[in-house]
Design a binder for this molecule. Sequence first.
Ligand code: ARG
Length: 291
Amino acid sequence: MAFKPKLLMVDPSHFEVSYVINPWMKPGAWHEDPAGHLRQAQACSAALHQALTEAGAEVVMVPGAPGLPDMVFPANAAVVLDGRAIVARFACDERRGEEALFLNAFRSFEARGLLDTVVQYPEGIFQEGAGDCLWDDTRQQFWAGYGQRSAKASLQVTEDFFNVPVVPLELVSPRFYHLDTCFLVLSGGEILYYPPAFSAEGRAVIEGLAGKENVLEASDEDAAAFSVNAVNFGKEIVMARPPAKLKARLEERGYHVRSVDLDPFILSGGGAYCMTLRLNRFSAVKAAAEK
Ligand code: ARG
């Protein structure tokens, strides 16, 4: 690996499941034992932090805020590439307060030289960050989900800002409301995806661009375990406890799978990928220009 991946995480002290903005969220289950769940969430977040570090990443931790429990999912905060960040516009009122806080955090990264440019999607154009916009290093393009939390109009904004191709994928199921819940790009060029989350057209685009030999279909069980929502760099994959079969399929392809218990976060509809945001991802053009 050329350099250490830098991943943003948010301290989970203010995490809870207190509202429902996706069909996985279970405030009832959370409120049976809020203190116990919070303790468990803190332990799970620490285990994720440790797994990422052991896999070779550096974790940058920022504080959360009371009343904004979903800040623990910074994948939704922004799309980042080549030192440029474009901050999200949340579709749900419940998360809109996160925008100003993440904007501040990114401005401080800019001041520290971690990022060069920070802007935000135009008002009224919903886009929920890297959760709906996944970089594909093999194909030098973004895959962008729309139709649930992100608006189709956001794709052109992304393309203009980063000056790279953005491939639209329509999300057709409220259970798979962000692209990262049903789509994973691997460093070897494979795509792990859950077909029922996509339109027939989307499935054809994925197979066409990735090539049949690179497409791995996730099962109902894989998707429900939030294992598709995984962090990958090099040969390392960190994911919420995967079904044995999925782990074996990935290992066959030469990946090293680290499994983490993320149950408290699954109660909010999130897994490993959405609990992180990669801050130092570079396109081949940028990497060549730096040489
Ligand atoms: N409760 C959060 C929401 O509905 C979960 C977000 C998970 N993030 C993700 N990128 N899938 O917004």
